[in-house]
Design a protein around this ligand. Sequence first.
Ligand code: ZN
Ligand code: ZN
Length: 416
Amino acid sequence: MKKEYSNVRGTIDFSEREALIYEYLREKSLKFFKLYQYQQLILPLLEEESLFIKGVGQGTDIVQGQMMKIEGKSIVLRPEATAQIVRHYLQHRLDKKNNFYKFFYIGPMFRGERPQKGRLRQFNHIGAEAVGSNSFYLDAEIIKLALDIVNAAGIEKKELQINSLGCAQDKKKSAKKIKNDLAKDKKKLCSNCQKRLERNPLRVLDCKLPSCRKVAVNLELDKSHLCLDCRQHFENLLTLLDQLEVTYNYQPNLVRGLDYYTNTVFEITSSQLGAQDALGAGGRYNNLFHRLGAIEVPAVGFALGVERMILALDHFTKPKEIPSVFIAKAGVLEREVFFLSAGLRRQGIASNFDFCGKSLKAQMRYAQKTGAELVVILGEKEFNKKEVILRDMKNSKQETVKLEELAARIRVASRE
Ligand SMILES: [Zn+2]
Ligand SMILES: [Zn+2]
């Protein structure tokens, strides 16, 4: 076959294994979103470009050339969902209906940058946003929710990194400190970071280049930039996490790449992922509503990277599903196989059979290859007596079963 088509660079095809894990992660998260009473929003993949310029921030990597723009239009494929959910809230004046909401979303996000290892052009997020409260209990809830999902997914080696950026005034204070402290090392920074140091010094801490990291690591940051309220908020949150027995690493150098974050920021990292080691991240964004809609609404949220979690689940095994069989036929019983299969499906038993006129031997090979544990063999002689053969592929044992008892027998055999 000529190799004419391949997927676009920076995209991934989810075939059977990845798709199974994706569904599994969806299921686990849906369970916890229900438990925590978050409601789903399904929003378009297309948004106005200006939403992210204003919301995420002009100086951020996302806005600086990383958005996937529709040519000739001021429309982009969404790079993230937080600004989008704020847009939804403002557009529908949700503040007039209620003052507190808990949302979740699952779906693809896009970046327009040149793809590199571990960075995708299209990737999926499982995320949540709690809107309308500055309570540190809500910060604790959202962090616990994110961890519950990661735990339920079965990802073992993970850590919670946490910091507080403080309010807008506090951020200005730490930006000033970073600018002063790094002034002497400015030449050691990449050209990007040299610009950042002028415009948005906090973002220097986000640079992934080893040379910049070496400089940033020497910065001595602590909680001294926090005003009394913000410090109290952070201390209260950490105490709550202690009481919930959530272990965390206080990381004063953690800032997150988006301008809208205030106060709490956190990352869930996994040693299974190497350099691009965050499974997900989140934080508080008490100024984003003001940036986009000139109203004050405090909020906090997170997003987990589906592809990162799939990478961390390299030992994933398929969960036990409903009982299933492959129906093989000997002779010309196509119609009987078709209706036997339909009958089993009606009784909640998954079934499949050959559509390609394969020989019995080839059908058995196919059943083996596709991992069928039970095979029903339909022969003309047995069928006339309303019987079939049920074969257990694991131990190669087979038995004759009356048609009317077949479903019950399959259920028992698939538990054995
Ligand atoms: Zn403050
Ligand atoms: Zn840099």
